[in-house]
Every structure is written in C-alpha cells, then in structure tokens.
Design a protein around this ligand. Structure first.
Ligand code: GLU
Ligand code: ASP
Length: 497
C-alpha cells in the first residue's frame, strides 16, 4: 500500500479512547475475543463429541481417527488463511473479509448446534475453516493499519490483542465446555455460535466510528477485466474439486484416511511453494533473500513447537478424559476445563516474560535462541507427562496436577516463541510480501497439525511413555541444534534483531 494511503487511514482513525489507544482497538479486541471464544470453545469439546458413543451424544468415531480429524481440522483452519489473505488483498479489503469470515464461522457453529449427522459435522468444518481463514489473518491486518508505522504504541497494541485471544480461549472451555460436557454437545456448540454472533453485532455497530478507513483499502485490486476471468476460474476450480470429491467418495478413493494423508502432504508442500515463490521473485532483494534463508530454521522450529502445543487439545485432551483422576479435591473436574490452562498461563505469564526481555535489554537472547527455548520447554512439557506413567504404570489414574504442570511448561515455551515469532516474521518479510509472510507464519501451525494428524495415530495408553518420550526428546534435540546454529542464523538476518 502506498505511504499516502497509509497516512490517510491513520488520519481517519480516532487515535484515543481506549486506555490511550485508538477506540478501534476495543472493537478488534472484542471481536477477536468472541471469535476465539467460539473457536476454542468448540475445540474444547470437539474430540469428545467425535469419539463419545452415540448413546452418550457423540458421533462414535474411532478414538485415534477422531484425534487425527481434529488435527486435520486445525491444520486446514490455518491453511485457509492463504485464501483469506488473497480475497482480502485482491477483492474485498480486510475489514469486509473479517465480517464475511465471522458470518461463515457463525453458521459453522450453528450447523454443529443442530443435532444431526456426520454430514452436518463436515458442513460445519468447511464453514469454520473458510470463515477463520477470512477472519483471523485479516483482523490483525486491520489492527496494524490503525497505527502509524512508527507509532510507539504498536507493539503494545498487539500484546493487548493477544490478551484478547487468550481471554477468549480461557473463558470458552469453562462455559462451552461445561455446558457441552454436562448437558449436551449441541447446546455447547450453540453457545459458541452466540459468541460469534455478538462479535459480529459489535463489529458492525462500531466499525464505522472506530476503525475509520482501516481495512477498507484493497491492497492490490484485481482489475475489472481480470475480475470476471478470475471469478470464472475460481468457479471452475470449485466445480472440478466438487466433481473430483464426488467421484472419489463414490468410488471409495476418498476416505477419511486418504484425506488425512492429503492434508499431510499439503501441509508441507504449500509452505515450500510459498517460500520458493518469495525467494525467486524479482521483487525480493539480495538482502531479503538472505533473511528468508534465516527464516527457514525458525519455521522448522515453529512446526515442532506447534506440533506439541496443539496436541494439548487432542492427545492431552484425551489424556484428561481417560487417564486422569477427575474427582479431585472434593470436586468433579470436567476434562474440557484443562483447555483453559494454556490461555490462563499465557495471560498470567506474558507480562512476566515481557518484563524479562525488557530487563535484559541488549543482552536478551536473539530470535533463534528464543525459539530454541520454545523447543526446549515444549519438549520438557512432554517429558513431564511421561513421569506419572514411569512412576506409577499406565493403569492407575493420574493426579491432574501433572497435566497442569505440563500445560504450564509448554506455555513458558509458547511465550518464548509465539509473540516473538510474529514479530520476527514481520521484520524478516521482504517488503513486497509482508502479508504473505504473515500467512507463512500461520502455515507453520498448519504444517504442525498436518504432521500431528499422522503422528497421533501412534498414541495408545500402552505406548504412552515411548510416545511422549520420543516427541519430547526430538524437540529438545532440535532445540539444542538451533541454539548452536543461532549465531550463524543471526548473520543471515542482515542486521535484523
Ligand atoms: N493460539 C494463538 C491464536 O489462536 C496463536 C496461534 C498461532 O500463532 O499459530 O491466536
Ligand atoms: N495459546 C493459544 C493462543 O495464543 C490459545 C490456546 O491454545 O488455547 O491463542
């Protein structure tokens, strides 16, 4: 976007009104709060809904298949950010993309709220995948546009926004999880739909006044002449995909199994193509190419990290349900509540870790080193959960505090990697591809969950120690390698710190 337009947007946004920040920050905070509320609320009960028997209100899917489907789902949610980015960049602008995304998500949760069949379940998956792809990357873009590029409040704005994400993720399992597990899954999903609905109302009602022109420009609009051609092509591709799916399903080629494998491949092929495209583009300078090379080890580390973190809502959710003592300290714990621990620890510890970096000032670790801490803590969190089986065998139910500790440890790693990763991504991005780089960052999570869809199949309570030990061990080893490579990676960053 031109500097002129950028300035025009900033001038149109009321710059105060929310704790010294633009009032629009509240609009976006609130919207993202409810969007994440609906997403993580749904996720907190999703695996149980899939593998609980029909008599218990579930779909009765085989347990390991259910865990793999949840991973594929998570992977697609982040992969679709590429489509969302493209639509916003070339057709709608980011603000409209956020709105349409919200509508699709809401209908996705409504589809789940209707007691029904497997078909409804897959319809909802498609809606939520596309909706989140439209909303999630674009809402951050709107946020970024509200502030002048040199505005000192920028970083703080993203931190406040990150709190909104985790506040939503924290509350949701307690509400959606409790209702879903105790009364009825569909009622739970219904609450998630209401959350998304509230976000849409507030977004619509306040956006004109608070967001000004932020999110209204189309960065690289499709010329009118090309528009028709593009729409025809998109329509054609959609029809071809639909026909292929119909043929594949009816001939038995497309099974859940083969779909999981397909996503497994896409999860890695797409980021590689993306990367090559940026690297080889004539718009990328020599220095920027070097930075892209520096990004590769960070990307790989990020995949490893999210692989473990995201298993918190699949493998560990299953562990909470099957292996954990849920009658504890005089109360009955819902397995869904464990999903609130990660965001709770994020909210509590984010300021602490932030303060440590500030205190260390120039002596603070560089990007690669912080990422290596991320891997180390992620690995340790899996070793923690291996201990109860090692000490007490895998027949007895485990004290829930082990799970709490595991979630705590992974969050320390998350805070070394996740906010840092976003900032590294924006700084290492070639200037022609800043939006694409943001998508690439989310693709690391997509790749991680695509990998998880393959990996979770190996989990059984009988081989639990080997499972957690191997994955945790690999993460720790990668952490050490990354730490050793850190000085070299730094030289490839060409002055970026
Ligand atoms: N858990 C965070 C969110 O949902 C970050 C996910 C990621 O960066 O992959 O916003
Ligand atoms: N920590 C995740 C994120 O930042 C939320 C979660 O896993 O519940 O949104």
């Amino acid at each position: 976007m031109s500097d002129f337009n950028r300035q025009k947007i900033v001038d149109s946004v009321p710059q105060t009104g929310f704790f010294g920040h633009p009032r629009g920050l509240f609009t976006l905070f609130f919207t993202e709060f409810w969007e994440r509320f609906s997403y993580y609320g749904m996720k907190a009960i999703l695996v149980y809904y899939m593998y609980y028997s029909v008599s218990k209100g579930g779909l009765g899917i085989d347990q390991n298949t259910a865990l793999a489907i949840a991973s594929v789902y998570g992977s697609l949610v982040y992969m679709s950010g590429i489509i969302g980015g493209w639509i916003s960049d070339r057709i709608t602008g980011s603000s409209k993309a956020v709105f349409y995304g919200g509508i699709l998500i809401m209908f996705g949760h409504i589809a789940l709220a209707i007691p029904g069949s497997m078909t409804m379940f897959f319809v909802s998956m498609v809606l939520i995948v596309l909706g989140t792809g439209l909303l999630k990357p674009n809402i951050s873009t709107v946020l970024g546009e509200m502030y002048d590029i040199k505005d000192a409040r920028r970083d703080a704005a993203f931190s406040i926004f990150y709190m909104g994400v985790n506040l939503g993720a924290f509350v949701a399992p307690l509400i959606v999880g409790t209702v879903g597990m105790k009364y009825n899954f569909h009622l739970g999903f219904g609450i998630a739909a209401i959350g998304m609905f509230l976000a849409l109302i507030v977004y619509m009602a306040t956006k004109k006044k608070t967001l000004g022109l932020a999110g209204t420009f189309v960065a690289n609009p499709l010329p009118q002449a090309e528009k028709k051609k593009a729409f025809t092509q998109i329509g054609l591709v959609a029809v071809i995909i639909a026909v292929l799916i119909a043929v594949a399903v009816s001939t038995g080629t497309l099974t859940i199994e083969s779909f999981i494998n397909l996503v497994g491949i896409l999860g890695f092929v797409i980021p590689i193509l993306y990367f090559l495209f940026m690297y080889r583009s004539p718009k990328t300078t020599k220095e920027e190419r070097s930075r892209l090379i520096a990004y590769i080890p960070l990307f790989i580390a990020s995949v490893m990290f999210w692989s473990i973190e995201e298993q918190g809502s699949t493998i560990l959710a299953n562990y909470a349900d099957k292996r954990t003592q849920l009658d504890f300290a005089g109360m009955h714990i819902s397995p869904a509540w464990f999903q609130s621990l990660n965001p709770l620890f994020i909210i509590v510890l984010a300021p602490v870790i932030g303060a440590i970096w500030v205190k260390l000032g120039d002596r603070q670790p560089n990007y690669a080193q912080k990422f290596s801490f991320g891997l180390l803590f992620a690995g340790l969190s899996f070793l923690v959960i291996l201990l109860p089986a090692w000490m007490g065998g895998n027949n007895a139910l485990v004290n829930p505090l082990w799970l709490v500790l595991s979630y705590l440890v992974v969050v320390i790693g998350e805070l070394c990697l996740s906010p840092v990763g976003l900032s590294a991504t924006t700084k290492l991005a070639p200037s022609a591809f800043s939006a694409q780089m943001m998508s690439l960052w989310f693709l690391s999570n997509a790749a991680a969950q695509a990998l998880n869809a393959q990996v979770v199949k190996f989990y059984t309570p009988d081989n639990e120690m080997a499972y957690f030990g191997t994955i945790g061990g690999v993460s720790i080893i990668l952490g050490f390698i990354l730490y050793a490579l850190a000085p070299k990676i730094q030289t490839f960053m060409k002055g970026i710190k």
